[in-house]
Design a binder for this molecule. Structure first.
Ligand code: NAD
Length: 477
């Protein structure tokens, strides 16, 4: 049922010129389930040539026609959600219902950005002389190099591709080598929807080799990356040296401030649901749970109970609530972070161990009383670890929330409007959600500040990074 993935260049699926491939592993069993084509420079050159031709066609394509194609791709994704979700579960590990949900969200993203394509407004500027016309033109920036990760293989590409295509840009995307097939299914949907050849090209290979070649290349005008902060800084520096604009959607370490006025059991259940979604491999996941002292122990107890109740198993088993982590690197990281936290004095209330000997299964884990010096409190855990600490005052909680260089998502739970207002003013994050996990909708801005990056991948802001402004002034002779 799982299929090998080729490169998509100039509207055709093709092997890499050198016929090289990389194995794709099942996170649930560790077995090789397929192969993905490995592009080298000769393949990238073909993709660049195709994108140049595609760009010439696409920028002349009327916005309404672009919108129709993007919208149709969204409809196809919705129709194919079950089949594509299955591919995603096989290669990424997340439970099927989450995988299908991700594909459906991709349809939303396409529908939303198709609408934005016809709302790109240039503007006339009143002139100082009667015979002069002045216009600020909003135009596609040109060919985009996009780099997308494995945690949301379809949605991460959809956010970039739909926005770039809506703006009139061609794209070369480097998809995630570990989860290539579901990402390729999105590209197929665009092709089936009528996207002209060369407008969207998909490659896989060695990430550093591809970025080092594409980013400086004169045909590429824009870089969009989702992944870790350390890689993002490296790519932003490379892009800066070559005067390329970038969008950076990087790591997070979301604080969750829980105040003493909430229903402890219900709040613990809501937060645990968000925490263990996608086995915690979500940039906006709930990471540092900061709990007001009077409810601290009851919260730890309720959260531990909720974590223990999460049923871990293969993502294809309908009774599973959490699948394996996506790759052995995450498994190693979980073992290292738990050992370090316990060593430094954290109280392990549940989990902390790998499950079984095959596949990348790890227990939903709770580390209470975790000291600030623990590595997990400073680096993005990106896995099923919940880190819990008490606080006494709102200022103490917001100071801790702002301690790290990250600034992606933050959450607060309180029944007091005044507390919610204060938190919204004090917490430095690109997104804040109070009393629910309400982030990541197609129509709302999505992005970080500080070391979590810049540029938005949602809402009407999403199209901006793919546009440039040119000023034209004309006088009658
Ligand atoms: P990693 O830092 O090696 O890679 C992260 C992503 O960047 C991958 O998609 C990878 O292909 C890409 N990448 C790495 N080096 C690159 C280069 N030189 N040029 C272009 N792309 C490059 O780490 P990983 O083990 O794959 O993931 C772990 C960490 O990455 C996590 O701890 C998390 O911080 C971060 N991450 C964040 C997101 C997100 O949604 N923001 C998604 C996936 C991973």
């Amino acid at each position: 049922m799982y299929r090998d993935t080729q490169l998509f260049i100039d509207g055709r699926w093709t092997d890499a010129k050198g016929k090289e491939t990389l194995p794709v592993h099942s996170p649930a069993t560790g077995e090789v389930i397929g192969q993905v084509a490995h592009a080298r420079i000769a393949d990238l050159d073909l993709a660049l040539e195709a994108a140049e031709r595609g760009q010439a066609v696409w920028r002349r394509t009327p916005a309404r026609d672009r919108a129709a194609i993007i919208r149709r791709a969204g409809v196809l994704m919705r129709e194919r959600a079950e089949a594509i979700g299955r591919l995603m579960t096989m290669e990424q590990g997340k439970i099927l219902v989450e995988a299908i949900g991700e594909v459906e969200r991709t349809a939303d993203t396409n529908e939303w950005l198709a609408g934005e394509a016809v709302r790109i407004y240039s503007r006339g500027i009143p002139s100082r002389a009667e015979n002069v016309t002045q216009v600020a033109l909003r135009e596609p920036i040109g060919i985009v190099a996009a780099f997308t990760p494995w945690n949301f293989p379809v949605n991460q590409l959809a956010r970039k591709a739909a926005a770039a295509l809506a703006a009139g840009c061609a794209m070369i995307a480097k998809g995630p080598e570990e989860t290539p097939a579901s990402c390729a299914a999105l590209v197929q949907a665009y092709a089936d929807a009528g996207l002209p050849p060369g407008v969207l090209n998909l490659v896989y290979g060695t990430p550093a080799e591809i970025s080092e070649y594409l980013i400086p290349h004169p045909l590429v005008r824009k870089v969009s990356f989702t992944g870790s902060t350390v890689v993002g800084k490296h790519l932003a520096a490379l892009a800066g040296r070559h005067m390329k604009l970038t969008t950076m959607e990087l790591g997070g370490h979301a604080p969750v401030l829980v105040f003493g006025d909430v229903d402890v059991e219900a709040t613990a259940r809501i937060i645990s649901g968000a925490k263990y979604r996608n086995a915690g491999q979500t940039c906006i996941t709930a990471t540092r749970l900061l709990i007001e002292r009077p409810i601290y122990e009851p919260f730890v107890e309720a959260f531990t109970k909720a974590a223990k109740a999460v049923k871990v198993g293969s993502g294809l088993d309908p009774s599973s609530q959490m699948g394996p982590v996506a790759n052995p690197r995450r498994l190693d990281a979980m073992e290292r972070l738990v050992a370090d936290a316990v060593d430094k004095g954290a109280r392990l209330t549940t989990g902390g161990r790998r499950i079984g000997n095959s596949g990348n299964f790890f227990e939903p884990t709770v580390l209470a009383d975790i000291p600030l010096e623990a590595a997990a409190m400073n680096e993005e855990p990106f896995g099923p670890l919940a880190l819990i600490r008490p606080f006494d005052t709102l200022d103490e909680a917001t100071t801790e929330a702002n301690r790290l260089p990250y600034g992606l998502a933050a959450y607060a739970f309180t029944t007091s409007p005044t507390t919610a207002q204060k938190v919204s003013r004090q917490v430095q994050s690109g997104m804040l959600s109070v009393n629910h996990f309400g982030l990541g909708l197609a129509e709302t801005p999505f992005g970080g500040i500080k070391d979590s990056g810049y540029g938005s991948e949602g809402g009407s802001e999403a199209i901006e990074p793919y546009l440039q402004t040119r000023f034209v002034t004309m006088a009658d002779l």
